[in-house]
Design a protein around this ligand. Structure first.
Ligand SMILES: NC(=O)c1ccc[n+]([C@@H]2O[C@H](COP(=O)([O-])OP(=O)(O)OC[C@H]3O[C@@H](n4cnc5c(N)ncnc54)[C@H](OP(=O)(O)O)[C@@H]3O)[C@@H](O)[C@H]2O)c1
Length: 303
């Protein structure tokens, strides 16, 4: 029986143990970890993966791109794609630091909550507005991209308006017609701005509280969804528990980091499994979102 081999291209000094465990649970029989991976080293290793097995067996080799330096991992991913030619290639998935699977799972949670609210009342509008705290990080940027893809009105929040503008302009350059607002509002200003926003995400750094109790009091009186991705105390959005999964906070449905994490884990495993089904899959943000939608349509949603 031919074995499923997963090459793990990681940007860090030690390839991620988290990604290795998920790979084993998702059907990788053998893991080949490559640490400190840089674009200039990619071609030789990819050639080794491309030219060793016959075309019909190539689906049993795949590459996972990871690491804590998400921008560098993205360069590694692009270099892998540039190395392939014709049908002689293997499947590849990019999910450095969980950026893609986490953002897709977060948006799925928010949309599940939004659909529930739409079913229950007329208070929510058909085109949700969304606000992303910590929107300049790898996860926040990807949540923004997924939301503008869906036609949502998005505001990116940062401690630096200039940083938010740079990120917003990059996403607008990639998504035709997208309009992303930017904000560096203070806590007091957020208390006035956020009640009008239907979907509110906290994608800020771990262990940082971005919305305090008073602001959450103000927000909770209007219909919508709160999603907090931070699992490290204190809560990124006050009173959101990591285990919350559609809990009611007055007029809001609330999702915490473990609820998002459960969907993220399911999706991460599904991506690896899909890599071993064919030799020509490229999984980056939008392909992972499409796989999540396929799973939902087939009755196996990720949340
Ligand atoms: N639930 C899950 O399954 C899961 C999986 C992966 C990640 N996560 C969580 O998702 C969140 C986003 O991940 P990420 O990798 O995108 O985060 P990140 O890059 O560490 O941080 C996101 C943003 O937070 C702001 N920030 C950084 N340090 C800060 C500080 N000391 N004080 C205040 N703000 C600060 C920065 O924005 P500005 O400089 O623009 O203000 C940064 O761009 C994190 O909380 C992470 O732990 C959850």
């Amino acid at each position: 029986m031919i074995k499923n081999l997963l090459l793990q291209f990681d940007t860090d000094a030690w390839a991620s143990s988290f990604d290795a465990v998920v790979a084993a649970d998702a059907g990788a029989d053998w893991l080949l970890p490559y640490a400190n991976m840089r674009p200039e080293q990619v071609m030789g290793v990819v050639h080794g993966a491309m030219f060793t097995r016959s075309p019909s067996k190539l689906k049993h080799t795949a590459i996972f791109v990871g690491g804590s330096d998400v921008a560098l991992a993205e360069q590694n991913y692009q270099q892998i794609l540039a190395t392939f030619f014709g049908p002689v290639r293997v499947s590849v998935a990019m999910d450095a630091n969980g950026c893609n699977t986490t953002s897709v799972a977060a948006v799925e949670c928010a949309m599940a909550g939004y659909r529930q609210l739409l079913g229950a009342s007329n208070a929510a509008t058909a085109e949700p507005s969304a606000w992303i705290l910590g929107g300049t990080g790898p996860v926040g940027q990807r949540i923004a991209t997924l939301l503008v893809d869906r036609g949502c009105r998005v505001t990116l929040h940062s401690r630096s308006l200039e940083k938010a503008r740079i990120v917003a302009e990059r996403i607008q350059g990639e998504v035709a017609g997208a309009e992303i607002l930017t904000s560096a509002a203070t806590q007091a200003e957020l208390g006035h701005e956020l009640p009008q926003q239907t979907l509110i995400f906290n994608a800020g750094a771990a262990g940082i509280q971005n919305l305090d109790e008073g602001t959450v009091d103000a927000i909770s009186k209007s219909s919508g969804v709160l999603v907090d991705l931070n699992a490290v105390p204190p809560a990124g959005i006050a009173r959101v528990g990591v285990q919350d999964s559609g809990r009611r906070e007055e007029e809001r449905l609330v999702y915490g980091a473990l609820a998002v994490g459960a969907g993220k884990m399911t999706l991460h495993r599904a991506v690896i499994r899909a890599c071993f089904e064919r030799n020509d899959r490229n999984f980056n943000l939008r392909e992972i979102a499409a796989l999540s939608a396929e799973l939902a349509a087939s009755g196996n949603p990720t949340n």
